[in-house]
Design a protein around this ligand. Structure first.
Ligand code: QAP
Ligand code: CO
Length: 168
């Protein structure tokens, strides 16, 4: 197991489109394990492989209070089930310290594979629906800050760039 480095906005590598996983083998399971360790240590509730600079379609998540419900989504896809939108104050391990409201469809149907490569389907609402949409965006090179006004996004970019310069 290993804790991986998390890329931070505005790193251009976060804009990479991840490739589908052809076979869920031990290498992919190792990545999943390392992503869980990284997410739990952060701590966070969701992490996409893009954020650790691995451009494969892999997402890990745990929405439980006691970190007892690890969920794996390999090659995740979702279908919107309703016109109803919900607002949630989102954050992101790649945009540390910033939280903003984002509107997304409230109900989605998810298709993905588990850590054995077994396909499964799941209807999601609430935080799970928000989180899977947020993580699927990462696999497509998209971040929650892309839903904000240019002004808000540029302010966040400047603040993070300043922090990165200070840490360099
Ligand atoms: C994505 O985000 C998410 O700013 C997962 O300083 C978030 O795990 C989906 C985190 C909200 C839906 C709703 C953020 C940790 C963790 C920070 C996370 C921070 C430390 C974010
Ligand atoms: Co994120």
């Amino acid at each position: 197991m290993a804790i991986l480095d998390i890329l931070e906005f505005p790193d251009p590598r976060l804009r990479t489109i991840a490739k589908p996983v052809a076979v869920v083998d031990d290498e992919v399971r190792q990545l999943v394990d390392d992503m869980f360790e990284t997410m739990y240590e952060a701590p966070g509730i969701g992490l996409a492989a893009t954020q650790v600079n691995v451009h494969k379609r892999v997402v890990v998540m745990d929405l439980s209070e006691d970190r007892s419900e690890p969920r794996v989504f390999i090659n995740p896809e979702f279908e919107v089930l309703t016109d109803e939108m919900g607002q949630y104050q989102e954050g992101c391990l790649s945009v540390p310290g910033f939280y903003e409201n984002v509107d997304r469809p409230q109900r989605v149907k998810i298709n993905a594979q588990d850590r054995d490569g077994q396909p499964y389907e799941l209807v999601a609402e609430g935080l799970l629906a928000v989180c899977i949409q947020h993580e699927c965006d990462h696999l497509n090179g998209k971040l929650f800050v892309d839903y904000l006004s240019t002004l808000k996004r540029d302010r966040i970019k400047k603040k993070l760039e300043k922090l990165h310069r200070q840490n360099a």
